[in-house]
Design a protein around this ligand. Structure first.
Ligand code: FES
Ligand code: FES
Length: 160
């Protein structure tokens, strides 16, 4: 039986009070309550990475995370990385490298990449591939995605 409650969390630097069952998934709260549609529903089981958001700088499957588990915490979605007018270097690099086909995996890829560059601004190609290992791309855009992350690292970290 579902219960209603209030969960307060910080989404993209804004405090949000969500009236909902605390067992609701974070992904449903983001998409259906807060109208932040950037995080995608893929497998629903923490296996594909389409729904990843940053919690404490770590990529976390929002589909598999109940609201109560992020009470009081800071959550960053793809909307919080940048905007069309002021894109994050990763977002710009994905555009420059045309690093998507259908785009369904893109939001989660960007979140995993942002977590990587947050802890290592100059990753090697191998480190990029390892960091994106949990993110599936059915379209096979992996090579362009890896190139985009390395391009963003160069923009951020001054790599050649
Ligand atoms: S939809 Fe969350 S990991 Fe696949
Ligand atoms: S671009 Fe289609 S799933 Fe990755």
């Amino acid at each position: 039986m579902s219960q209603s409650g209030t969960v307060t969390l910080l989404v993209n630097r804004s405090e949000c009070r969500i009236e909902a069952d605390p067992d609701l998934s974070l992904l449903e709260a983001l998409r259906d309550v807060l109208d932040q549609k950037g995080s995608r529903y893929g497998c629903g089981a923490g296996q594909c990475g389409a729904c990843f958001v940053l919690v404490g700088g770590h990529p976390v499957p929002a589909c598999d995370t109940p609201l109560w588990a992020v009470a009081g915490k800071a959550v960053t979605t793809v909307e919080g990385l940048g905007s069309p007018d002021a894109p994050h270097p990763l977002q710009q690099a994905f555009i420059d490298e045309q690093a998507a086909q259908c785009g369904y995996c893109t939001s989660g890829m960007l979140i995993s990449a942002a977590a990587l560059l947050g802890r290592n601004p100059s990753p090697s190609e191998r480190q990029v591939r390892e960091a994106l290992d949990r993110n599936l791309c059915r379209c096979g855009a992996h090579n362009r995605i890896v190139r985009a992350v390395l391009r963003a690292a160069a923009a951020i970290g001054g790599r050649p």
